[in-house]
Every structure is written in structure tokens, then in C-alpha cells.
Write a protein that binds this ligand. Structure first.
Ligand code: ARG
Length: 388
């Protein structure tokens, strides 16, 4: 068999595996035996003719939810059935595709934020067609993310910020919390840079951190955005790859309080936190870092709660995830997982995850995947940056 035939056969196998997986979820209204074999036959014909196949609306919806359920590193998967799936597969065919796409992302953000009662949403854009450049992708890691400059902002964003500055972004300030602009790639060619949040700051909901007991904490002027919308992962359903499918959940407090604001390679705020409690930071053995971590995490949860914005903590999410695993095993389904990610960066052994093993096998046919960035190599003035 030549390699094209191999690829087509692999795609059929992944489509079949997806349908089988759906059938293992009887409560999700899977297709019947007969519907399945008819559908597979139709998929076969479509693939032979076009090299790919097109998901029905129901396949897209269940598939995106299943991709979340199959994400081994995610602790929030008990909510997988509530994911709202938006079909944006045709937007790139519109004449004003850039404006339409920006509009779709803005309404995703507003509807997902839902005045603080955050709802999980995924917007699924055009699928990859084998042998062709991806119709639409985004440079951004998340729809909302703070820039990283020399000596200010989020060090995690240093390289992408350098990229944006290189292609003409003029930030109004280079501060610690300057939101990055957006950039799309159309057929893998870089599009314009849009400073969306400069023009519509109200689109970013942020939470200023205060501490439940220590008024000095506020002076640290720490804050974080409310809505994590991952925009650089590829969604794969039954072998079909959607290279642009931004999705959000709500935060778990430790993501912000024990990593984003605390890591030495990120905002590195623990010493400042300790200082506002007047603790001696000269000796690590006093565990001032550990105490500061706890107080910073308390401040994150307290501030989100005060603002009326959804946020999980590692105890409630840990307990929910454990009940979810038990429920699934009662249905004879295994919840695969990555122990190193399911354990929180704070108090791991106080959650059920620490005391369990997980099967870390990755479900290949339906999942979310990392993919190489387009912008790191993108040089607008040089040749065509295809990556196939
Ligand atoms: N850890 C990432 C961050 O801090 C977000 C990853 C997704 N998190 C989520 N709760 N859905 O921005």
C-alpha cells in the first residue's frame, strides 16, 4: 500500500474507534449498531473520494466532549458532558473571515464568562485537510495572556511577546499585566496583529487579589484574569484534526496561586507576600515560602469568591474527580490520567489523586494535542511558512 492509502486506512480506523467509544457511553445517545455500520461505510466512501470525512453536528458535539474526557492531565473532567460545542467550521469561507472570527471569539469569551458563573465552551474552527495548509490557526497560547518584557510581565510570554513586537505590535505600556494582542494565521500565512483588549478592555475580566485577613496584601497589586481559554491546542475527533478549537474551563486556584504568580520563572511573588506578613525570609527552614504559598492561594480563592467568579480549589476538584473515576469504573470504563498533573502543586497528599495510580495511555483518536507553533518560524517577508 502507498502512504496515502495507509493514511486513509488509519483515518478509517480512528473513525471506527471513535464510534466504538461513543457506543461505550450508552447515556450519550450513541448511534445504533446499524447506524454505526452505515455511517462507517459512508465515511469510507467519503475518505476514498476526498481523503477526509466531515463530522455531523452530533459527532462534533460528542467528539469534543469525549476529547475533554480523554485529556489525561485535566482534573476538571467530571464536567465533560456540560461542554458547549460551537460549530465555527465554515467561518473561514466568509469574505470578512478575520472580523467574523474575532466576533466569534469575543462572544465565546462573554458567554463562557457568563457574569462570573463560568461555563465550559469550545469553538471548533475548520478541520485540517490532508496535504493542505491549515485554514486558520492562532499564534496565541490563550485568548487572554499577559505579555512578558525585559523586567516586567509574565516571563512565560517572553518569546511570543518578542514575536508580536517584531511584527509591529505597539503596546500602550510595557507593564506587568499588559494583555497580548491576537494574531491569526490564514492558510499558515500570518495575518494582522489585533490589539483587541486595548480597544475593548471590558472583555478581560480580572480579579484584583486581596487577602481575607491581611489588608497589607492589597498593596502588592497582584491580579489575574478570570477565564483561561486555551487557543493553541489541536482538537482531534475520530482521526480528524481541528488545529484551531479554543476552549475554556474555570480556574483551579493553585494554577494561579501556586504556579503563575509563585514560580520563580513566572511572577515570583512569594517573597513579596512574605514581606507583607513581616516574616523572616533569611532561612528556608522557617518554611516561609510554604507559608507564603498558602496565604497567596487563600488570597486567590477569597478574591475570586468575593468577585462572584467561578474558581475551584484542589480539595473540591480532587474529591469531584475521584467520584467521577469511581462512577466511570462502575460503568466499566477507565479514566486514564497523568498522576504528575492530576496532583495539585500544593498539598498533593491531601487529595485522593496522590494515593492512586492512573493509566496514562493517551487515547489517540479523540483528544487535545500540542502542536508546533507557526509563529516561531514565521518570517512574514521570507518564503511560505508551510509545515506539512
Ligand atoms: N494552567 C493554565 C494557566 O494557568 C491554564 C490551563 C487550563 N486550566 C483550566 N482550569 N482550564 O493559565
Amino acid at each position: 500500500m502507498n502512504s496515502e492509502a495507509n493514511q486513509q486506512e488509519a483515518l478509517i480506523q480512528e473513525a471506527a474507534a471513535f464510534l466504538a467509544s461513543w457506543r461505550a457511553h450508552p447515556n450519550a445517545q450513541p448511534p445504533s449498531d446499524e447506524e454505526c455500520s452505515n455511517r462507517l461505510e459512508a465515511i469510507r466512501v467519503q475518505i476514498a473520494k476526498t481523503g477526509t470525512y466531515v463530522h455531523t453536528a452530533r459527532e462534533l458535539e460528542f467528539g469534543a466532549r469525549l476529547a475533554w474526557k480523554n485529556s489525561n492531565r485535566c482534573i476538571g473532567r467530571h464536567l465533560w458532558k456540560s461542554l458547549e460545542v460551537r460549530d465555527c467550521r465554515e467561518l473561514h469561507t466568509e469574505e470578512n473571515k478575520e472580523e467574523r472570527t474575532i466576533e466569534a471569539l469575543k462572544s465565546h469569551m462573554v458567554d463562557a464568562f457568563r457574569d462570573g458563573k463560568i461555563k465550559s465552551v469550545v469553538s471548533v474552527f475548520a478541520p485540517r485537510i490532508p496535504g493542505q495548509p491549515d485554514p486558520v490557526r492562532m499564534a496565541n497560547h490563550q485568548l487572554i495572556r499577559y505579555a512578558g518584557f525585559d523586567g516586567a510581565g509574565d516571563p512565560d510570554s517572553l518569546t511570543i511577546t518578542a514575536h508580536f513586537l517584531r511584527v509591529g505590535w505597539k503596546p500602550k505600556e510595557q507593564g506587568d499585566f499588559t494583555p497580548l494582542p491576537w494574531q491569526f494565521f490564514w492558510d499558515e500565512w500570518p495575518g494582522a496583529v489585533h490589539d483587541v483588549f486595548h480597544h475593548q478592555p471590558e472583555l478581560i475580566q480580572e480579579v484584583h487579589l486581596t487577602h481575607p485577613e491581611n489588608p497589607a496584601f492589597e498593596a502588592l497589586k497582584l491580579k489575574w484574569y478570570a477565564l483561561p481559554v486555551l487557543s493553541d491546542l489541536a482538537l482531534k475527533i475520530g482521526g480528524i484534526v481541528y488545529p484551531f478549537a479554543p476552549f475554556n474551563g474555570y480556574y483551579m486556584g493553585t494554577e494561579i496561586g501556586a504556579r503563575n504568580l509563585a514560580d520563580t520563572g513566572r511572577y515570583n511573588a512569594l517573597e513579596a507576600v512574605a514581606n507583607c506578613f513581616d516574616w523572616d525570609t533569611s532561612d528556608d527552614r522557617t518554611l516561609w515560602k510554604d507559608r507564603a504559598l498558602v496565604e497567596l492561594n487563600r488570597a486567590v480563592l477569597h478574591s475570586f469568591d468575593q468577585a462572584g467568579i467561578s474558581i475551584g480549589d484542589h480539595h473540591n476538584l480532587g474529591a469531584n474527580f475521584e467520584s467521577f473515576c469511581q462512577h466511570e469504573s462502575g460503568e466499566n470504563r477507565v479514566v486514564p490520567g497523568d498522576w504528575t498533573w492530576l496532583n495539585p502543586p500544593l498539598s498533593g497528599p491531601q487529595t485522593p489523586q496522590f494515593h492512586r495510580d492512573y493509566d496514562n495511555t493517551v487515547c489517540e483518536h479523540t483528544n487535545f494535542f500540542y502542536q508546533p507553533t507557526l509563529w516561531e518560524e514565521a518570517k512574514p517577508s521570507s518564503g511560505c511558512p508551510f509545515h506539512l
